[in-house]
Design a protein around this ligand. Structure first.
Ligand code: ZN
Ligand code: ZN
Ligand code: ZN
Length: 283
């Protein structure tokens, strides 16, 4: 049995093994919802899943005629989705604790992958769903870039933002907080100066969540769709942008994997980006 919980800890659940399906998804809907460059799901028969707390804190929204997505209304973490018709419970692996007894089996929706992300492992890659998985698909149209700006938005499109110029740095963070906040194998955070950042539309839909007891750790998300959004701190002078919320290439690859000491056991780092158990010595 494995336990799962959202960043704020309100929404909790358990899943019984064995877990037979685990996939990385690169679709633009998942990237927007999680704020991650790719996301990782497990699926089990519905009877292996149960809520243990906070089910009433989960909002479920229809994202298409056939698709729905769920999130914690307090912290924005992605929550499990149950599909009784196909007897499937889908859970974001980033919110689960411990060894899952399975590792990712493939990459799906590689056809709508972020063009600035490169897959470096040897797992099978599928344009859409893996063969035999018969479900309708749904991806967002690509956004046209604008010279000198990095553009982004939430899943439902209510919130749109733009950033002028290039990032200060880009980090893949494997800490438990980032994994729970992005509901993914790791967060990819793009740092800008707050002065570079501007909400173009829908700022009133942005919810902030600051983790109690944390010095800085905070997230932001769209109240309507749960899509992860930039957290702008004028006091610290930084805008921390979840890479998955971007619509265009930020123009800088990740410089480091940080907090690799608390990495998910099911995720193997296969790129050549430098790794640090916590922070790089210079940080
Ligand atoms: Zn929560
Ligand atoms: Zn997806
Ligand atoms: Zn939204």
């Amino acid at each position: 049995m494995n336990r799962g919980e959202c960043l704020c800890g309100t929404v909790r659940y358990e899943v019984d093994g064995p877990i037979s399906m685990m996939c990385h998804c690169h679709c633009s809907m998942c990237r927007k919802h999680h704020g991650a460059l790719f996301v990782t799901f497990i699926a089990t028969p519905v009877k292996q899943f149960r809520w243990t707390a906070g089910e009433s804190n989960v909002r479920t929204i229809a994202t298409s005629d056939h698709g729905k997505r769920a999130f914690c209304i307090t912290c924005g973490s992605v929550a499990p989705t149950l599909m009784p018709k196909i007897d499937c419970a889908f859970m974001p692996a980033g919110n689960l604790e411990g060894d899952l007894g399975i590792k990712p089996q493939n990459h799906m929706f590689v056809g709508s992958k972020a063009s600035w992300y490169a897959i470096t492992d040897n797992l099978p890659q599928y344009e859409k769903y893996p063969p035999g998985f018969d479900a309708p698909d749904n991806v967002r149209p690509a956004v046209t870039g604008r010279d000198g700006f990095v553009l982004g938005s939430c899943l439902c499109g209510a919130v749109v933002f733009e950033i002028e110029g290039t990032p200060q740095r880009v980090m893949n963070c494997h800490c438990t907080r980032c994994r729970r906040a992005r509901s993914a194998a790791h967060g990819t955070n793009v740092f800008f100066k707050s002065g570079q950042f501007r909400w173009s539309r829908g700022e009133q839909h942005v919810a902030d969540y600051k983790l109690p007891g944390a010095r800085f750790f905070a997230t932001a998300f769209c109240k309507q769709c749960g899509g992860e959004l930039p957290r702008v701190s004028s006091e610290r002078g930084v805008a921390v942008v979840p890479a998955g919320s971007l619509d265009t290439d930020p123009g800088m690859p990740p410089l480091a994997h940080i907090f690799v000491g608390s990495k998910a056991s099911w995720f193997d780092i296969t790129d050549r980006v430098p790794q640090f158990a916590e922070l790089p010595p210079s940080a």
